[in-house]
Design a protein around this ligand. Structure first.
Ligand code: FES
Ligand code: FES
Length: 159
């Protein structure tokens, strides 16, 4: 039987009826058409599905939609809500060449935000630890690490 839930996603409230076994990833992608959040492994290993719930990064493939009832969710679409001005993390990823195929990028950027929200000057070890749950098949990670360090400085200059 479907359950009624209310999700606040990127500032917008959605009242939905969902089966209790559906994941947050499915509901974001299939019901809300927020396909920026990717589905890779579906088992908590790749980080492609990372979103933030109430300010903490989580794997949306391991989170039931009903568990997110009443919570605030941030997806990659919420990083640049106007669709015009990008978030400093996104600018840094582009300028440092940290994106190749782009499949890991939404999850990487949300994990980066999770780190930078508490530390705008992370060292390399801290950055690598923060993205240790996010797999990238393309970049070799170095440019992603550079981009996250650069994003911290950009966010600092905007404070
Ligand atoms: S799709 Fe969720 S961790 Fe891989
Ligand atoms: S850019 Fe292709 S998986 Fe990371």
């Amino acid at each position: 039987m479907k359950q009624e839930i209310s999700l606040k996603v990127n500032g917008d409230i959605y009242d939905l009826y969902v089966e209790p076994w559906r994941t947050l990833n499915e509901v974001l992608r299939e019901d809300l058409n927020l396909t920026g959040t990717k589905l890779g492994c579906g088992s908590g290993d790749c980080g492609a599905c990372t979103v933030m719930i109430d300010g903490k990064s989580v794997s949306s493939c391991l989170t039931l939609a009903v568990e997110a009832d009443g919570k605030e969710i941030l997806t990659v679409e919420g990083l640049a809500p106007s669709g015009e001005e990008l978030h400093p993390i996104q600018d840094a990823f582009i300028e440092k060449g940290a994106i190749q195929c782009g499949f890991c990028t939404p999850g990487m950027e949300l994990s980066a935000l999770n780190l930078l929200n508490s530390n705008l000057d992370p060292n390399e070890k801290e950055i690598r630890h923060a993205i240790s749950g996010n797999l990238c098949r393309c970049t070799g990670y170095n440019k992603i690490v550079d981009a996250i360090a650069d994003a911290g400085q950009r966010m600092k200059s905007q404070q």
